[in-house]
Design a binder for this molecule. Structure first.
Ligand code: MN
Length: 286
């Protein structure tokens, strides 16, 4: 519809009582639709109510991405994958920012980014398309079991259900290029298989991870080597900040940032990463 036609229609609405009624009906319809949306959301938040409803027919299946839970026959369903940027001072400096002034910032990966890496196995990790500078980032991952908004710092860790370790694999050349052009650098971070990750360990088994070695080797040689205590924003502080921006939900996971000395891998490389208190994670780039 041309802009002029559109204006004409609005004019007709204004001048015609019948049309005014129709407009009223339309807005009521929209209100109804909005309520339906809200009701659907609250059903999602209450699985017992949702289960009472007859299953909805869908034209195809969309699988729920989940991770095994160590020592349990349950799986941990993944809802959203949050990642914090530049959360170790030396890494912030190597990425060209000032670690003393920058507030925390987050991005997401799609659940399709999950590549499960079982304990004690070396999983083939596909070198992705479009990049010539593919980087490893070793990170502690916190798994949320209790959601919330505006979570206070002293309660933040009560929302953590478990932990694991993972790689925030990055098409660094594309991330840099998009950043220079002031475009979203999603294509550098949020792609298929870009989040190799171990199984979830219950916090009741491991406790919280506030310090301890985190390292990553490529072909047996140390590349990244730091301590979790060097995070600029702790896991608890990340939960506080994230819950100010978005309500957190069970199933959300948070990649808590990588230390310095990120770097490239090529086809054939073996990546092994470690966090004190967790079994190592290994992938081979193919
Ligand atoms: Mn990262």
């Amino acid at each position: 519809m041309k802009a002029l036609d559109h204006l004409h229609l609005i004019h007709q609405f204004k001048g015609n009582p019948q049309m005014n009624n129709r407009r009223g009906f339309l807005s009521e319809t929209f209100k109804g639709a909005a309520l339906t949306g809200a009701a659907a959301l609250s059903l999602n938040a209450q699985p017992s109510l949702a289960a009472d409803k007859a299953p909805k027919k869908t034209p195809f299946e969309v699988p729920q991405v989940s991770l095994p839970v160590v020592g349990s026959d349950e799986v941990f369903p993944i809802r959203r994958i949050y990642c914090i940027g530049r959360n170790y001072a030396a890494h912030a400096i190597e990425r060209g920012s000032d670690p003393t002034r920058e507030p925390p910032f987050f991005f997401q990966k799609p659940t399709d980014a999950i590549q499960y890496v079982p304990i004690g196995e070396v999983v083939d990790h596909p070198y992705p398309s479009l990049t010539k500078n593919y980087h490893h980032e070793a990170e502690l991952v916190a798994a949320i079991g209790v959601g919330g908004k505006n979570i206070p710092l002293e309660k933040a860790l009560d929302h953590v259900w478990g932990y694991t370790l993972g790689l925030d694999m990055t098409r660094r050349d594309l991330q840099n290029m998009m950043g220079e052009q002031k475009k979203p650098w999603e294509i550098g971070k949020s792609f298929d298989h870009s989040a190799p990750i171990g199984p979830i360990h219950k916090v009741s088994e491991t406790g919280h991870f506030k310090e301890g070695a985190i390292w990553l080797k490529v072909n047996g040689k140390i590349r990244q080597n730091a301590n979790l205590s060097q995070m600029i924003w702790s896991v608890a502080e990340q939960i506080v900040k994230l819950s100010e921006a978005n309500e957190l939900f069970p199933g959300d996971i948070i990649y808590s940032g990588t230390p310095e000395n990120v770097g490239p891998v090529v086809v054939g490389d073996l990546i092994e990463m470690h966090i004190d208190g967790l079994p190592n994670l290994s992938v081979k780039v193919v």
